[in-house]
Design a protein around this ligand. Structure first.
Ligand code: ATP
Length: 213
């Protein structure tokens, strides 16, 4: 059997003294996963913890070798995260952010520039993000999530805000990247369309823990 793309061991997260996550063990093999749970269950917190954006207790490892604490730079290059409601410094342009991601995440630029053109991000990439609509911001954040050579991409509510044409492109690019070996963890309050994505498992977050079905 292949190594898990990501494994969590004794992962705990508190906000002040309130416990939000207590995950004894979770291992995901390569695939596309749907992460579901009620409002406030901890989906966003879990993604931010996995992406190395929030402090936590415990261990998270990618590809069985790259540990969030021991190899923080390498770890963050292997996991990308797109926020449900992205916010960026108002004065930056989409192009500034693309350049920043290219520098920090590495990887080939050409596929991302092609995707920018396909998604229509090209049309506004030189404008400051303060001028973007919520859908434009969402498109930019989804585009940035594909930068570099991530082993796993975390998409927080990617299906909201974007128009139907962009949704088709998103499904298509998820399928293409997945065929090339990238895994996905996707939160959505609606089930992922089985005609569009073949899901390896459903993760349910409840009572601070995650179960895989
Ligand atoms: N910065 C914070 N400070 C304190 N508590 C927080 C903070 N962020 C989230 N929480 C709490 O952590 C819990 C989990 O929140 P989280 O945003 O992870 O849930 P979620 O499953 O993504 O919810 P939703 O489906 O509503 O987006 C909630 O009880 C929330 O109030």
């Amino acid at each position: 059997m292949s190594d898990p793309v990501i494994s969590l061991h004794q992962v705990r997260k508190h906000y002040q003294d309130i416990s939000v996550l207590d995950i004894p063990q979770l291992e995901l093999n390569t695939g596309i996963y749907w992460l579901k749970g009620e409002n406030g269950a901890g989906k966003t917190t879990c993604m931010k913890v996995m992406a190395g954006l929030l402090p936590f207790q415990g261990d998270i490892t990618i590809n069985n070798t790259v540990n969030a604490r021991q190899h923080p730079v390498q770890f963050r290059r292997l996991i990308n995260y797109a926020e449900a409601e992205p916010l960026y410094p108002a004065f930056l342009t989409g192009r500034d952010l693309l350049q920043l991601y290219f520098r920090t995440k590495g990887g080939e630029r050409e596929p991302i520039l092609e995707l920018a053109s396909r998604m229509g991000v090209d049309n506004f990439v030189n404008n400051p993000v303060s001028s973007y609509s919520s859908g434009m911001l969402k498109k930019l954040s989804l585009l940035l999530a594909f930068a570099g050579n991530p082993a796993i991409i975390l998409l927080d509510e990617p299906l909201i805000t974007i128009d139907t044409r962009t949704l088709e492109i998103l499904y298509d690019v998820i399928r293409t990247w997945h065929q090339a070996g990238t895994s996905f963890l996707i939160t959505s309050h609606q089930p992922l369309d089985p005609n569009e994505l073949s899901v390896a498992g459903t993760l349910t977050i409840a009572n601070r823990n995650i179960t895989l079905n």
